[in-house]
Write a protein of this length. Structure first.
Length: 133
């Protein structure tokens, strides 16, 4: 049974090493900051899993503070990069998409209501029931 567990440990170690190499390649090659952040998160996750597997295999908890610190640092780093990247995007992008999808093309009454904006005291358009000729 000891030989079987050693083989499993080696297979797990090889998988972790392959994941670490691939995430390092993603960090180096990029091309964008978001790609590098994904690679960094993956690398941090691989390290966390590696330390947790070591704790499970050897039956100790000495690296638990390291795991917790690495997890907190990785999550804060991800939030910081997300905030940095979100500054480059327009803030009203979602609202503009909603207006564009709710107003049918050529409907001037609906576009006049949308242009009035929320809270405007514009009277609603009256419908006479007659079709335009």
């Amino acid at each position: 049974m000891d030989l079987f567990l050693n083989i499993v440990y080696w297979i797990v170690g090889i998988c972790f090493a392959a994941a670490a190499v691939m995430s390092t390649i993603r960090i180096v090659r990029g091309p964008s900051i978001v790609d590098r952040m994904v690679g960094s998160d993956t690398f941090a996750t691989v390290l966390i899993c590696l330390f947790c597997a070591d704790m499970a295999i050897r039956g100790h908890t000495t690296t638990l503070p390291l795991v917790l610190g690495l997890a907190m640092t990785a999550s804060v780093g991800t939030m910081a990069v997300a905030r940095f990247v979100s500054r480059d995007r327009p803030r009203n992008n979602y609202e503009e998409e909603q207006v564009a999808t709710t107003v049918p093309a050529g409907n001037t009454e609906a576009s006049a209501e949308v242009d009035a904006g929320p809270g405007a005291d514009a009277a609603p358009a009256e419908h006479t029931g007659k079709e335009s000729q």
